[in-house]
Design a binder for this molecule. Structure first.
Ligand code: DX5
Ligand code: ZN
Length: 214
């Protein structure tokens, strides 16, 4: 299985159909879809309507990363648009109860639920939810932009979470600054799924770019 999830954020949006085709042909079965609201992060990307179009245009599973302040309000639209995974940020949630409510909402819809943590957030923040979630998204950059430098703070968190994987049933995803060099230590630490934006879409030959990460 190819465990690279290319991030659409670095694609050419004027040519989405062939961009999607290029990564499907490179063997990828999961696409990372970064949603930014200009409030939780200082950038704006795309929303649920474009996700529905992407869902129509390819067969890949859609790994939606919500970098938005009110995921509880918007989540239904992304479920309806065809998300397979939905990650939301623990930093955006006002309470444990609301976090549980959102996880339940996602899972009741048959979608995989994931909690994302920023570089400044301890991995311990997700511990109360480990029985309920399908994935943890460990950020290795401050969210908001593609093409940033990998922050090694993610490696220790992934190693600590990885030890808990056998008892519980979740996978670990890393996001930010992943390239052929930085992926090595993250893989060793026990990460399962690797988001790569610029490392894939900034290369002409997408198959070669993906293979360089495997
Ligand atoms: C950053 C996004 C990432 C981004 C990764 O806020 O969450 O998914 O697209 O891009 P690279 O791989 O270029 O760091
Ligand atoms: Zn992302």
């Amino acid at each position: 299985m190819v465990d690279i999830a290319p991030s659409l954020l670095s694609a050419n949006f004027a040519d989405l159909k062939s961009e999607l085709k290029s990564i499907e042909e490179a063997g990828c079965s999961i696409l990372h879809y970064d949603v930014m609201d200009g409030h939780f992060v200082p950038n704006i990307s795309f929303g649920a309507d474009i996700l529905a179009n992407v869902h129509q245009a390819c067969k890949m599973e859609l790994d939606v990363h919500l970098m938005i302040s009110d995921p509880l309000f918007y989540v239904d639209r992304f479920i309806k648009a065809g998300a397979s995974y939905i990650s939301f940020h623990i930093e955006a949630m006002e309470s444990i109860e609301k976090t549980r409510e959102l996880i339940k909402k996602i899972k009741d819809a048959g979608v995989k639920a994931s909690l994302a943590i920023n570089p400044g957030t301890s991995y311990e923040a997700v511990l109360p939810f480990l029985d309920d979630i399908d994935m943890i998204l460990v950020m290795s950059v401050q969210p908001g932009f593609g093409g940033q430098k990998f922050n090694p703070v993610a490696i220790k968190k992934i190693a600590a979470l990885s030890k808990l994987k056998e008892e519980k049933h979740f996978i670990i995803e890393v996001d930010g600054g992943i390239n052929a060099t930085t992926i090595q230590d993250v893989r060793k630490a026990g990460c399962d799924l690797f988001v790569a934006g610029s490392a894939v879409f900034n290369q002409q030959d997408r198959k070669k770019a993906v293979e360089a990460l495997l």
